[in-house]
Design a protein around this ligand. Structure first.
Ligand SMILES: NC(=O)c1ccc[n+]([C@@H]2O[C@H](COP(=O)([O-])OP(=O)(O)OC[C@H]3O[C@@H](n4cnc5c(N)ncnc54)[C@H](OP(=O)(O)O)[C@@H]3O)[C@@H](O)[C@H]2O)c1
Length: 247
């Protein structure tokens, strides 16, 4: 039975990953800056990492300062990899995002540099498309206004459960470098997803698709964040939304 440390275990993906790994029979331990998980620690200053990594076979790195566009993520990853090096070099599995090498969005630049660090360590990198929860979060924020603005871009939303399943498979295997991307089952348009949300929550609002100037938005418009030939067969947006908004 593998002993696996999940960083970011309190997050959207980390929670699913921990559950999936346990269902695969792994012994899972979680790291969080807050009390309540198996290990309390902070990637930013490396505190608690030695104890958390002691005796683990694998680390699934789901932690990221997503709210601050990954500020501190690179130092946190350097601290994690250094501590892993001192703890017998466990397999490190890193979750990245499709298109980080093409889209000049600041958070994606951080993810790309992080991939380089994991590559140098000899770990495994999985790029995924946007999570259903991420799209739902965007729709919720947009729906706070009387007129709902939606970016006029395609999206390939994926269930975090499906990403977690793939991660659990990768965590069970040997280091594999960058593996094929993983995208959701369908490519849809963000304005349609936001409209679905408004309908599902009974909001009668005007929705305006928005086209923004600039290289980042242009790359999203061209679909640089999509993985059309790597579609998961998993949960579709409509089913996810129904489960989240009904009852
Ligand atoms: N959202 C998407 O659509 C998407 C798509 C593809 C890939 N990804 C990637 O998937 C990963 C997980 O994303 P998510 O949406 O699940 O993130 P999330 O919900 O924002 O969770 C972030 C986690 O990181 C932990 N964390 C942040 N800073 C930390 C630090 N200094 N030390 C220790 N833990 C720290 C937090 O734990 P505590 O607060 O408990 O310490 C939290 O559990 C990220 O790498 C993201 O780039 C996301």
């Amino acid at each position: 039975m593998k002993r696996i440390l999940v960083t970011g275990i309190t997050g959207t993906l980390g929670r699913q990953v921990a559950g999936m790994l346990r269902s695969f029979g792994a012994e899972v331990r979680g790291l969080s800056r807050r009390p309540g998980q198996d290990f309390q620690g902070d990637l930013a200053d490396g505190s608690g990492l030695g104890a958390a990594l002691s005796g683990v076979d694998t680390v699934v790195h789901c932690a990221s300062d997503t709210r601050r566009l990954g500020r501190g993520d690179l130092q946190g990853l350097r601290n994690l990899l250094a501590a892993a090096g001192r703890a017998g070099r466990p397999h490190v599995v890193f979750v990245s995002i499709v298109g980080v090498d093409v889209i000049p969005y600041p958070y994606y630049r951080v993810k790309l540099a992080a991939e380089g660090l994991v590559e140098g360590y000899g770990g495994t990198i999985l790029r995924a498309t946007q999570f259903h929860e991420f799209v739902l979060g965007g729709a919720r924020i947009a729906a706070r206004l009387p007129v709902v603005f939606a970016p006029d871009v395609p999206v390939q939303p994926i269930s975090t459960r499906d990403v977690a399943t793939r991660i659990a498979e990768l965590a069970d295997g040997p280091p594999a470098g960058r593996v094929p991307d993983l995208g959701g089952p369908e490519i849809l348009r963000a304005p349609d997803l936001f409209r679905d949300y408004l309908q599902a929550t009974g909001r009668d609002r005007r929705l305006v698709p928005v086209r923004l100037p600039g290289a980042t938005f242009g790359a999203f418009r061209r679909g640089a964040h999509l993985a059309p030939s790597h579609r998961s067969g998993g949960e579709r947006w409509a089913d996810f939304l129904h489960a989240r908004t009904s009852g």
